[in-house]
Design a protein around this ligand. Structure first.
Ligand code: UTP
Length: 410
């Protein structure tokens, strides 16, 4: 590791010595730690992200429809075959699951990792506990413990792991649960500088759910999956309490069609619904944001009356392990303006009342573009999708609880 003088000189060339402003006030341990945090910042990358912050990365893209199948249109005969294939995958532990749990959950405003949020069902349970129940159900049905991966972030890893420990790992067995941390990037203030979160800490934030690919690689999880004969990894949002990783038709269809990647979608409630939809982008599978398609495209229907761009991605996808290895580094970073309180270049505390920092994130669905095609299976929203995003109103605990109860209680 570089010493203080070296780091100071390095920062001087980048007008960023303010990161060491409080160095002398820190303990020896904090000093070392701060130097380490600074040393791993890729200043060239941060400069280029800042310089390109107003460039819309996808503006030149060619958007075309992607084929999809409606779950209800699968014939009974096909379904039978798919179910048998899918169940083989589960029974033989050829599948593992991964929850994306590194997000900040800022809209929900829950103090703590989103998975620790208590859902006020008849018997209140945390989101993590509800997920554990699904894994226990698989164990009861097939006699196998599917490995449960939880992607956390620097910010919430310790708290997440402590939560699991204090709940006895939901009786699933500590060895059947693996935590791994995603990467992070410095936040930049509006001058383009990294800033301090505290005297001893550079302000960094998780690099988006698209950071999962790099995190799986860096934490040697892809090798581990291969070594354990796990051929498929399902990856899903932590905040959907009806997420269904183990529906065998979908898995079997993926197997029979020899797909590298497969996503479940739900049909938009109306052409105006503000969700990203499955499509082809420059000939490759992907998801386009509602802001990036015209009104005409949003309203386009096929000969069966289905919206051509009507299948929305809701945060559930299955990959083959070998395809995950092909997803190369360097997904596009997208910029978001966020309110944050930080210590500025002069050492003054800035309170985040208005957006005042740039956060850079990668999106998981951009990884789909490393395949030529993907399976899109349109499933019943009521059986698959009960998201907890906001404190109140749409996609809130209240709406999710109603959806969950309607499904569970029939
Ligand atoms: P969202 O985009 O809904 O973000 O994440 P969020 O952090 O949960 O909530 P807001 O936007 O701050 O209110 C969709 C999924 O991706 C995960 C989330 O945990 C959620 O499961 N995610 C998001 C990560 O794992 N890492 C990230 O850096 C961002």
């Amino acid at each position: 590791m570089k010493n203080y003088e070296e780091i100071y000189e390095y920062l001087k060339e980048r007008n960023a010595t303010h990161l060491l402003k409080f160095y002398d006030e820190l303990s020896a341990e904090e000093q070392t730690n701060l130097l380490e945090q600074i040393e791993i910042i890729d200043f060239d990358l941060m400069k280029s992200l800042y310089d390109n912050r107003d460039v819309i990365p996808d503006s030149e893209n060619k958007i075309e429809p992607i084929g999809f199948t409606k779950f209800d249109d699968i014939s009974e005969e096909d379904k039978k075959r798919y179910i048998a294939l899918g169940e083989e995958v589960i029974k033989n532990k050829k599948m593992a699951v991964c929850q994306l749990a590194g997000g900040q959950g800022s809209r929900l405003g829950h103090k703590g990792p989103k998975g620790t949020f208590i859902v006020e069902l008849d018997t209140p349970k945390s989101i993590f506990e509800l997920f554990a129940e699904k894994l226990h159900a698989v164990y009861n049905k097939y006699g196998v413990k599917i490995q449960w991966y939880v992607m956390t972030s620097e910010d919430n890893d310790e708290e997440t792991q402590n939560f699991f420990a204090s709940h006895s790992f939901f009786d699933y067995g500590k060895e059947n649960i693996t935590f791994f941390k995603q990467g992070e990037l410095p936040l930049l203030n509006y001058n383009g500088n990294p800033v301090l979160a505290s005297k001893s800490k550079v302000f960094k934030a998780a690099d988006g759910n698209g950071g999962v690919y790099e995190a799986l690689r860096k934490n040697n999880i892809l090798e581990e999956l291969e070594a354990n004969g796990v051929e498929f990894l399902g990856i899903g949002n932590v905040d959907n309490i009806l997420i269904d990783f183990f529906e065998p038709t979908f898995l079997g269809m993926m197997v029979e069609q020899n797909r590298k990647v497969a996503m479940k979608s739900v049909t938009k409630v109306s052409p105006e619904e503000k969700v990203g939809v499955a499509c082809k982008i420059n000939g490759k599978p992907g998801v386009v944001e509602y802001t990036e398609i015209s009104e005409e495209m949003a309203n386009l229907r096929d000969e069966n009356g289905n919206l051509v761009y009507g299948e929305s991605y809701f945060g559930f996808v299955v990959y083959t392990t070998s395809f995950l290895k092909e997803i190369a580094k360097g997904l596009t970073y997208h910029v978001a303006k966020k309110k944050n309180s930080y210590i500025d270049e002069e050492g003054n505390e800035v309170i985040g009342e208005e957006p005042n920092t740039y956060k850079f994130e990668m999106f998981i669905f951009e990884g789909f573009s490393f395949a030529d095609d993907m399976l899109v299976l349109s499933v019943d929203r009521k059986k698959n999708f009960a998201p907890i995003k906001n404190k109140e109103g749409q996609d809130s605990p209240e709406t999710a609880i109603k959806l969950y109860n309607d499904f569970i209680k029939g």
